[in-house]
Design a protein around this ligand. Sequence first.
Ligand code: 5AD
Ligand code: SF4
Length: 506
Amino acid sequence: MNEEQRNMNEQAKPFKPLQPTKDYSAYFQAPSLKDAKKRGKEEVAYEQFSINAQFKGMGNGRKFMIQTFGCQMNVHDTEVMAGIFESLGYEATEDVNEANVILLNTCAIRENAENRVFGELGHLKPLKTKNPDLLLGVCGCMSQEEAVVNKILKTYDQVDIIFGTHNIHKLPEILNEAYMSKEMVIDVWSKEGDVIENMPKVRNGGTKAWVNIMYGCDKFCTYCIVPYTRGKERSRLPQDIIQEVRELAAQGYQEITLLGQNVNAYGKDLEGFEYGLGHLMDELRTINVPRIRFTTSHPRDFDDYLIDVLAKKGNLVEHIHLPVQSGSTSMLKIMARKYTRERYLELVAKIKKAIPDVALTTDIIVGFPNETEEQFEETLSLYREVGFEMAFTYIYSPREGTPAAKMSDNVPMDVKKERLQRLNAVVGEYSEKALKPYVGQVVEVLVDGESKRNKDVLAGYTRRNKLVNFRAPKEVIGKRVLVRVTDAKMYSLNGEFVEVVEKVEV
Ligand code: 5AD
Ligand code: SF4
């Protein structure tokens, strides 16, 4: 920050010190595999959320806006924060000009996700000058990174609040402190996180709902920032999850997605009883909700019991997202994925045997440090061998503090980009191949709403996660309908509306 900027900032907020007086270094832990091994031995507290009476009405006459970046976990965290805001009396707005609080719920998974947030902070800065009472906050995964917090402290002093992913439940206290204090309020726990129940939520749409079953990740894949930003693996208690799903079913939700960074590790940390994702799915199977999904899986923890339960189908859909990351055993080892190409293929074979019509999708990273052409080709050959129906593909992005970020890298960016293109060509080819056989068939579609491209067309997904576009009256939005597929594109299907599905097959 130069002298001129400092003066400008001081005009906007005359009493705010340029640097906070507290020492925030204690809030952060340097990423460490040694500490990771100690994880799980620490106590996780299970607490009930409540709002202190002194904060009730804090938001009366005020409006909030949350901009969400990144994955479904963040989208759901935003629903929780919106719930807390509304409990405090705030009203939601989509207009930055009338918001009294703006939060950026951020993603740290790749560098470009972070750059978008810094760009947005720049765009929002003039609002602070226009409206000095506006509170601007940064939350989500980026707030858990020491380097990001330091960068904000140095360069983005339009920010009033920074809080981490583990302490969303402290939002009322954090807001109160921000109103009372002229300093930037930073609330990032060094603790690895607890489980807070009974948080209010504002769910959008009334059709699809997301339910956390666990938080955090202990896998420590060498490229990944998530175990540091989301804390240690901790499962919600089965009865709390089942209760939430029952309530959503009673409210008429049509699809529930169970969320966790590694849902297959669900229950491992619950002491005193043997209970995993398979047991949970077997109980949820009996609840009167048409579709239940889960994301994201880790191949290492995907057990036989879960496969047996998924094979019972009913409301458990025939789609599994099973990130593989690479098809090369030597690369998987450097990534610390804890399985080989062969083990992954064995798992796929078991799943396909139990659920022959399963749709498998995956995540792949290309251009990991020193990835050879042969290793990359093993990824292409694995893709073909499994016959994935879709994939999210990424160029490796170094994340500060992760083991991979310290590796020297001999793969030039243009080679990485070229590999991504070659991989995406295979992804397109296999998607098209998976979609072609649907032509002429009648599929069940849960209708999300109007298609993004054409307001006269409706769009939704099948149980196997295929996007279907069709024309029908708008009243069918939020319902399950039958659609006769007329034609298949590379990534979606077109069809004709047949009828609404009335019954739930559980
Ligand atoms: N660079 C690129 N992609 C990454 N992912 C996670 N970390 C990185 C990184 N550093 C990808 C993985 C993961 C998905 C959510 O994001 O494929 O499954
Ligand atoms: Fe990241 Fe997923 Fe690996 Fe966990 S399992 S470290 S979230 S890639």
